[in-house]
Design a protein. Sequence first.
Lengths: 337, 777
Amino acid sequence: MVVSALKNLYSTTYSQASSPDGSLLAVGNNEGKIILFDLSGVNTSRETGVGERLGGPFKTISAHSDAVYSMVSTDAFCISGTTGLIAGRRWSELKQQQSQAAWTISLECDQANFGTPEVNSLAYDSVRGLVYAACGDWRTHVYDLETGKRAHTLEGHDDYVHDVVTSGNLVASSSEDGQVFVWDLRAGREPRHKLAPYTQDQLARPHLGRFIASLDLYNDWLVCGGGPRAGIFHLRSLALTTVLPSAKSAIHVTSFIRHAEGGDRGGIVVAGVLPHLCVCSMAGVVTAQLPSSSPCIYTVNVADKPFTMMTYGGTSTKIDICFNLNYRDHTVSLLED
Amino acid sequence: MGRGDENGDTGTRESKRRRKTAAEVTRKPATGTTGATGGGDAPAVVVATQQQQPQPRSLLNKVTTTTTTTTTIPPTTIPTTTTTINITDVYQASLDHECLEAQERSEEEDEKLVAAIMQHIRTLMKEILKLKLDRPDQWLNEVEERRIQVLMLMLSLRRLSRVQKVRMRDSREKTAEARQSVDGVTLQLQNLLYEVAHLKKEVRRCLDFQSADQEIDLVPVEQFYVEAPESISRPAETVENPHEQRLARLQWELEQRRDQTQLFDKLTQEKEAVAENINEQERKLASLAPRINSILEATRPLQDALDLPIDAKRDQQRIVQLLPSPLYTLWVQASAYGEAFDANIKVEVFGDVDAAKKLIAKEEDSRTENLSESDNDQDQQEENLSRKKRNRKAQKMDTEEIDDGVKQMLGLHPLCVKINVSTKEGNSVCVSFFYMQTLRIVTAKCSVHLHEKTKSAITDVISGDTLLNCLLPDDDGQTSPNPANFFQLNRLRINLCDHLSATGRPYKWAQTLAGLSFSSSKQSAGTGEETQEMCAVGGGSSVGEVAEVVTWQDSAEQMPHTIQAIRRRLQARLALHAQLVNLETANSTSSIAIPAELLRQHFPGKVCSELKSWRPITWADYEAAPSTRSLCEAQIVSPQHLLFKAIFDRKHVRLEAMVAVSPDHPSTVPVVALSLHWEGQHQTTNNPQLRHMEKEVNVHWDELVSSRSDRLHLLPLILYRLAVCLDVYTEAYSAHADARGPDAQFHKEKIFFRPARGPDRAFPFKYHPKLGVFSQR
């Protein structure tokens, strides 16, 4: 009893993904478990206007032997990344409580220096059918989902890659070494732009380190943060346009909120080693500060179909749920009763 | 009319007199003697002078002439004084005359006289007027003549007036006299009235007098006539006469009382005779006892020679019979187990045998007399209190009442069972079991006796009080396992925790050993009937054995496990104690006592972080620390834990570890809570890497211990690991942070490939002993 209580005390949520139709939410934690929530009840209740709360977990899958560091959702699959492995599970099978992986991809890499690299972040390019995996071996591997083979590899970082995102023709990755690379898939193997936020005086926080833990792309804009403060860059001019306000601690999530309903267009979510999550406007003004049940937030998932729903979690056994980006609606425990 | 005239008259007279006296005063210096004689009755003198106007004038003239002469010729003063005496005599004579006149004539006569004089004066005045108008010859003489007449008349009026005055004075004197006599009579009357009232009061008091016989209860009249003999009742006389009847009844009452007093005396004598008899028989019985004892004494050498502890056993047997049933069960099982398996267990019964005997006698009494339980308990309670105490109690009832209630509620049976469990090393644990009579639970007190070598080392870690806490999971002995007690204790607002030092702790295992099994609170909550019954017990009814059932089988089953658990606990505590003693004196990481083999097996050779201090802290301190909040909230750490604070330093970096050692250490491993001082305060909530470090120590301790015997070293192992983790933390942190001062940096001494890994930038806390490298978990 004491042992399990202690384990729960150190439980961490690293990743989330929601199914394309918005009926399932998958949450990955440090014990390699994927916890599924059934959102259909909540969605129908929101259609009819009756506010229903999300109940407990619908199913808990022991998916991996190591922490589920990253997840991404495609039309058919829930893809999860852990140490040395990427696995895909069909949303339709998950709905029927089947937990087997539909496919797995092992990272092929030399293990001499690094041990088995972990998959820190996953991104999916739906147009080309490519999955980008930001890995612990300083590289971003690109896999073609049709063949399951590696299409190519984006190299150039001098430390492990924290995050990768894709938008249109652009792919952006950030690393522990503090570099942000923006690649254009049409332009070849070299990164098109290189940014180093830690060299910007307005952003640098040397005592926290250089690393950029999170970034996001939206049209010509790029937002990133980590050891340095969160800032918005304009990609055409490569100029820092806005410094986002944040507390004196590391940032783990920066994300554009794309098509959220209710006039939240163009907002940015910033979260990290803080017991709350900030929603900012593009101008860098904090529009909302949502309390969090986790002292440190590692993952924020914003779904816009069929309804706006934001879920965020981190260093606790709970996730917080918002149906609107201005206040926390309720908190759900990840533990099965 | 007369009165008004009189007033007017007196007015004019007054003014005249004033004028006269003025004249006299002016004359006084000359005629000192006349002033002296006339001073007493001045008006009378004046009147006299007025009346004798012609003479006084001449006299006065004479006096004035003589005084003028006396100044020159002193011897002639004597005749003058005689003439003044004559004058006063004249006054006195005229006064006396006037008094006579007043007595002789009546007022009415005078009134008429006055009227006549007035008339006369009026006619004379009219004649004067006429003369003055007509002016005949000689009118002047005529007028003069008439004026003299009028003046004479006036004089007579004046005299009349004086006479009237005298009369008034007389009548006033008479009135005063009359009033005096009336006053005397009135006083007499009042005296008489008072006397009358007093007498009336006396009479009333007499009427109200209550006789003593009215308070005596008498037999009713009918009964009196039926019971009393003719000689006393005398119906012929008494039926009609209430007074005689009453006397007769009183007589009869006296008669009866006399009879009863005699009866009483007779019975008292009989009683004394019987008591005498009893005493004699008791003396005989008592004389038997020493004889029996001497016989027993005589057999003792034989017993010793044959090595038969019959006597001791018989003593024990006799006492054991007095034990309450739970303790009896415990005694039987423990001694049976000891005889069968374990020679190192000694079971004995101690306590006040006499009190126990009395108690049993009381219980039997109460059973036969069917007294209510609460009364019985009261008696038992009083039996336990000394006589002095009882007296005091009577004096101040209020304050002691609650106190007594508490004492009664927590009262222990006078006998206790002591089980002495000793280990091979010669250490022993002595557990005393008590039975709480009212609460119907068994409590345990425990003391530790160490082998001589380690004797000095008794501290609170191995002190008896908490040694046996949590022998079974969740069994801290703080609350009563008997659900019914909740109501009993609540009623008197007793908190059992406050009295544990006096009563011992009601461990659950102790109940099992004593064969008491209580329905757990969860089940009892379901069935209302059962809780009702418990309420009834709580309310002091005589339903005794409802809540608990004495079962021998459970006790027999649990006995070996419990004895074993006690031994294991003692061993673990001794090991822990040795470690704590070591830690308290340790001032560096290398001085933590860990077997060399384990050290090599689990840790790299060099450790830079130093253990600076290790000291015990209180629960309040522990709870107050911010780093321990989540542990307290999750109820992983409770006040039962032994709490310590360890401080590790590496240069300017300070790690504070709050260590909670569970009471059933090492079955439940110690838990640490970390906070770090390095350019500010770091907690696990705001520093994910520190959280990883805490997790490494708290969750992955199982890598450090492979066998049970290793587990005894868990605490030092955990502390050593903390030191290693702090090394890794500082080095991994330095590998990433930029622009620190050169002295703030830590050179990388540990071997690890990646200082951070994964989205949460985990540090490589896991050590691979075979490779000698650190990696992330």
